[in-house]
Design a protein around this ligand. Structure first.
Ligand code: C2E
Ligand code: CA
Ligand code: CA
Ligand code: CA
Length: 276
């Protein structure tokens, strides 16, 4: 009985600590967004089949003074729940435009920057307007920015989503459907949307040689995409064997630890030069 009570007390203490940490992280996240501190956009190169860097995906990093590195897999969902994703998304978009601007000035005109956009961000009524003014302000060329959306973005009226995507495409923005195959939307629904690229999720690529099902899924996604006139990006390419196999399937672009982890922008630039 006593140990039972002890268990309950321990459980309560752990719960209280978890809640306390969450409250703290939320408050700190609000602070760092407003003050432009501790956050950084890292870049992970995307390569073509000739192993030439054609662009990068921007992935956010938060270096917290007390907790150390906090994964976006932890704080992005929290930002979405609390509404902080709006301010954070604006910050990410601004940073992304600055990076592209810099590339232009340095003569890396061929690079495309992909950024992740959360559902609540995309659903903002002024999302198109805000991006439009950012693009004008930084004088970005058409085709230099790509938005990665997941199925969760699509949980609203499909015609509204299509209209929004088309408006943004007129501004020269490209679209990738991220984490393809991991959600619950029907194919016919997904295929109504005017994407340029499908991204095969890390979870399929990483384990494809251990799982015949995953290998079949990867093959099917590449074929499906090509039949629909879309390009395919494989993420989670960790080994030469992955790369060779995906190339043989006709996969268009590749991203993964085989080439580079996500790195700071300055490191990416020296990297992409070497890999040219
Ligand atoms: P995601 O968009 O699917 O990003 C791919 C994740 O796979 C990244 O994790 C990346 O670092 C990781 N990855 C890349 N190559 C490999 C590989 O070869 N092997 C393995 N095992 N993993 C690889 P990360 O950076 O921790 O991001 C996690 C998720 O957090 C992202 O998944 C995305 O959903 C979200 N996220 C990250 N940055 C942002 C952002 O700026 N905005 C929004 N809205 N979400 C973001
Ligand atoms: Ca992504
Ligand atoms: Ca994801
Ligand atoms: Ca993914």
């Amino acid at each position: 009985k006593r140990s039972g009570l002890g268990q309950i007390q321990l459980y309560h203490r752990e719960m209280a600590e978890a809640i306390e940490k969450r409250v703290r992280i939320e408050a700190d996240l609000r602070y760092v967004i407003e003050n432009n501190e501790q956050l950084e956009l890292y870049l992970q190169p995307q390569l073509n089949a000739q192993r030439k860097v054609i662009g990068a995906e921007a992935l956010i990093r938060w270096q917290h003074p007390d907790f150390g590195f906090i994964s976006p897999a932890e704080f992005i969902p929290l930002a979405e729940e609390t509404g902080l994703i709006i301010g954070l998304g604006d910050w990410i978009n601004e940073q992304a435009c600055q990076i592209i601007k810099q590339w232009q000035q340095l003569g890396f005109n061929h690079l495309v920057l992909s950024i992740n956009v959360s559902a609540p961000q995309f659903q903002q009524l002024d999302f198109v307007d805000k991006l439009n003014s950012l693009i004008r302000q930084h004088d970005l060329p058409k085709g230099s920015l790509k938005l990665e959306l997941t199925e969760s973005v699509l949980m609203q009226n499909v015609d509204d989503v299509i209209n929004k995507i088309n408006e943004l495409k007129q501004l020269g923005i490209q679209f990738a459907l991220d984490d393809f195959g991991t959600g619950y939307s029907s194919l016919s629904y997904l295929m109504k949307l005017p994407f340029d690229v499908l991204k095969i999720d890390v979870s399929f690529v990483r384990d494809m040689f251990e799982s015949p099902q995953k290998e079949a899924i990867v093959q099917t996604i590449v074929q499906l995409a090509h039949n629909l006139g879309l390009k395919v990006v494989a993420e989670g390419v960790e080994t030469e064997k992955h790369f060779d196999y995906l190339s043989s399937l006709g996969c268009d672009y590749f991203q993964g630890y085989l080439f580079s982890k996500p790195v700071a922008e300055s490191e990416f630039r020296s990297h992409s030069l070497i890999l040219q």
